[in-house]
Design a protein around this ligand. Structure first.
Ligand code: ADP
Ligand code: MG
Length: 244
């Protein structure tokens, strides 16, 4: 199987400090890969480097066979990599529907989006996204009155409204209740019917719920990779997490 994403010996250096010391990984079509690791391991830096938010010092990133290393972030987004950041980035005064409308591919600027005719195609697309993120009943609700978890789902919706092939999620369950966390897992699983997903996560219950393959980062290096069971039984992983 040809991978969608292929990262080869990736290095990121911040003024002399090696945040990534040569990380290699692959993500398959419609696969869910979870990245875990202690604080400061380089997880966010890895996602940043894939989309050129952090400069790649050495190594390569290939997306659908094309070399995208250090390419312009907007170009990378246009090619089909969607990235959700840790902090919600939604328009609180607008409704859920309007937020999704704003993020549809091909729309430019807030006025164009809101004043343009709502075609059936756009409407159907937004309804699809609302179904995936479980907010069909909240379409007309201003984002300001949603819970923290629901806002995060709107953000995931804004990413998938752009039809990315690969979705990168940095701690999608941060600050969520256990119920919201579980619901997020179900959202990610339904996402993976049409997209490849890489998610950084801390909550091991959540990782078990969604993960097909886990990659463990530690001090800028890949410490281990495998199934939930393999990772849980890996002596090096146990040592890092339990400090033994
Ligand atoms: P994680 O997401 O695994 O918690 P990060 O990728 O955010 O870790 O950070 C990895 C390391 O790189 C940390 O030591 C962090 O302090 C450092 N780092 C991250 N971003 C920058 C930056 N922009 N400038 C300098 N150091 C950074
Ligand atoms: Mg991080």
């Amino acid at each position: 199987m040809k991978p969608i994403l292929s990262v080869k010996d990736l290095q990121v250096v911040f003024s002399g400090f090696k945040a990534l010391k040569g990380v290699t990984l692959e993500v398959g079509d419609r696969e869910i890969v979870t990245i875990i690791g202690p604080n400061g391991a380089g997880k966010s830096t890895l996602l940043d480097a894939i989309v050129s938010k952090s400069p790649v010092a050495a190594g390569k990133v290939y997306f659908q066979g094309k070399n995208i290393t250090n390419k312009n972030p907007y170009e990378i987004a246009r090619m089909g990599i969607g990235r959700k950041f840790q902090n919600p980035n939604v328009y609180n005064e607008l409704t859920v529907f309007e937020n999704l409308l704003l993020s549809l591919k091909g729309d430019h600027g807030i006025f164009d989006s809101i004043t343009a005719k709502l075609t059936k195609k756009k409407r159907d697309k937004i309804i699809d996204v609302l179904e995936i993120i479980g907010l069909l009943n909240y379409a007309a609700t201003p984002v300001a009155s949603l819970s923290h978890g629901q806002k995060q789902w709107v953000e995931i919706g804004m990413v998938i409204a752009q039809d990315p092939t690969l979705v990168l999620l940095d701690e999608p369950t941060a600050g969520m209740t256990p119920e919201e966390t579980h619901a997020t897992g179900e959202i990610i699983k339904s996402l993976a019917q049409n997209h490849s997903v890489v998610a950084i996560e801390h909550d091991m219950e959540f990782v078990k719920q969604i993960a097909e393959r886990i990659i463990v980062l530690h001090q800028g290096e890949k410490l281990a990779e495998g199934s939930v069971q393999e990772i849980q039984n890996n002596p090096q992983v146990i040592e890092v997490y339990l400090g033994r």
